[in-house]
Design a protein around this ligand. Structure first.
Ligand SMILES: N[C@@H](CCC(=O)N[C@@H](CS)C(=O)NCC(=O)O)C(=O)O
Length: 212
């Protein structure tokens, strides 16, 4: 398998799952900030121009966080990355979807890709007229999402209970942007972050990413 990732991106969550599972893969580092994912030859592989992208040995291109994570978990059932209990599974997916769809794409997306959330007319794009308000809106979405997620994580070691499942790596990638952006994580999320950072698989990935 070939795994495409880029520094500072959400792809770290899938990278952690690959390391937790321990399956072989080739790692391809992309210059996401420099636009490498948005042009050929990468767009011929993934026309969405995004990481994480995982290409199987049979050539199947897999995209979207939840889809890749679920496929990895279901094809490696011995790792217990999807809870057997339906209620625990629901809780984990609820947190994963909220971390990806709201905290990441609605909140941090506005800080990282501000122009994409502004009106696309030439005046706005040239003079960057709406950028401050887009960033403020992003910050408000992040603050609200962190408050909700913190409440949900009270009394839980991991998103679906006492062991790591696929939602944890999503929560980890999205919450780790907070301190990097000068935002203090609320207590239960800070604990989850610490717990994740202490895992050997996370340590290995962070070393590959040049963070340690
Ligand atoms: N919906 C996608 C989102 C992936 C995504 O937004 N990836 C970002 C990095 S965190 C990316 O590749 N951005 C490159 C770009 O927009 O140019 C998923 O769930 O995987």
């Amino acid at each position: 398998m070939k795994f495409f990732w880029g520094p500072h991106t959400c792809a770290i969550g899938i990278h952690i799952l690959l390391e937790e599972i321990g399956i072989p893969y080739d790692s391809v580092k992309m210059d996401v900030a420099g636009g490498e994912t948005g042009r050929e030859p990468f767009t011929a592989i993934n026309p969405k121009g995004k990481v994480p992208t995982l290409v199987r040995d049979d050539g199947t291109v897999m995209t979207e966080y939840g889809a890749i994570a679920t496929w990895l978990a279901r094809t490696n059932p011995d790792k217990g990355l999807i809870p057997a209990d339906p209620e625990a599974e629901r809780q984990g997916i609820e947190i994963m979807d909220y971390a990806v769809g709201t905290l990441h794409l609605q909140g941090f997306g506005r800080l990282f890709k501000t122009a994409n959330y502004e009106p696309q007319d030439i005046l706005h794009q040239t003079l960057k007229l709406g950028q401050a308000s887009v960033k403020e809106q992003g910050r408000a979405i992040i603050d609200a999402a962190l408050t909700i997620l913190d409440r949900q994580m009270a009394g839980r070691a991991y998103v679906a209970g006492e062991t790591l499942t696929i939602g944890d790596t999503a929560l980890f990638y999205a919450t780790r942007w907070a301190p990097q952006e000068g935002i203090t994580l609320p207590p239960h999320l800070a604990k989850h972050h610490e717990r994740m950072v202490a895992r050997p698989a996370v340590e290995r990935v962070r070393a590959i990413w040049g963070e340690t």
